[in-house]
Design a protein around this ligand. Structure first.
Ligand SMILES: Cc1cc2nc3c(=O)[nH]c(=O)nc-3n(C[C@H](O)[C@H](O)[C@H](O)COP(=O)(O)O)c2cc1C
Length: 184
């Protein structure tokens, strides 16, 4: 699969086959994530791999659909994926180098680069995934026993897709490109 195919075939997949994903493939995805760029090369990410069904259910209980974090239904579709990877960020390590204010954004910038590498890496390996951040952070932190310095950034389910997903419409690229300066 060439780079162009990987970019074009990536989709947010929300339904997976009942087929396991072996540890070596998961490990490859983690390596792709860990190769991402980060401010000052701090690499503030850590990964939690979850296969246990009860744990997966507890994680899903912290999720919600849409904007309503309190009343929104949980994202039960996640349970069809055999593996979850939770990407966590260590804010403290960034604060030490860049200070509290800058760390707020750097944490998300770094870990998002890491997540995107993993999403694309999954496609390369014939797998599918989805970037999920609709969860109650405090609850998920407790469920995962995260130390205080860590924040869960994304849940990415990993599995073999069971759906034919068409490419979601994107804004016409010509509308978002500017040359030399921003032009309306
Ligand atoms: C930061 C971020 C958070 C997201 N959170 C969720 C989520 O909680 N649940 C979900 O089903 N999809 C989530 N998505 C996936 C988007 O809905 C998806 O990327 C978008 O609809 C475009 O579809 P595509 O990824 O197939 O191109 C998220 C994506 C991003 C980048």
């Amino acid at each position: 699969m060439n780079f162009n195919d990987i970019i074009n075939e990536r989709r947010s997949v929300r339904s997976y086959l009942e087929k396991n994903v072996c540890d070596s493939l998961i490990y490859k995805i983690l390596e792709y994530g860990h190769s991402a760029p980060s401010a000052g090369n701090i690499q503030p990410w850590e990964f939690i791999i979850i296969r246990d069904e009860d744990r997966k259910k507890k994680i899903v209980d912290t999720t919600y659909i849409g904007n309503d974090s309190v009343n929104g239904k949980s994202q039960d579709w996640l349970l069809s994926a055999p593996v979850f990877i939770v990407i966590c960020g260590n804010r403290h390590r960034i604060e030490e180098r860049y200070g509290k204010e800058a760390a707020k954004s750097i944490l998300y910038l770094d870990t998002s680069a890491c997540v995107e590498n993993m999403l694309l890496g999954a496609v390369y390996l014939g797998l599918a995934s989805c970037y999920v951040s609709g969860f109650r952070t405090k609850e998920l932190s407790e469920t995962l026993s995260l130390p205080r310095d860590y924040e869960p950034i994304a849940i990415i389910p990993i599995g073999y897709s069971s759906e034919v997903c068409f490419k979601r419409p994107k804004i016409d690229i010509k509308e978002i490109i500017h040359y030399e300066k921003f032009c309306k």
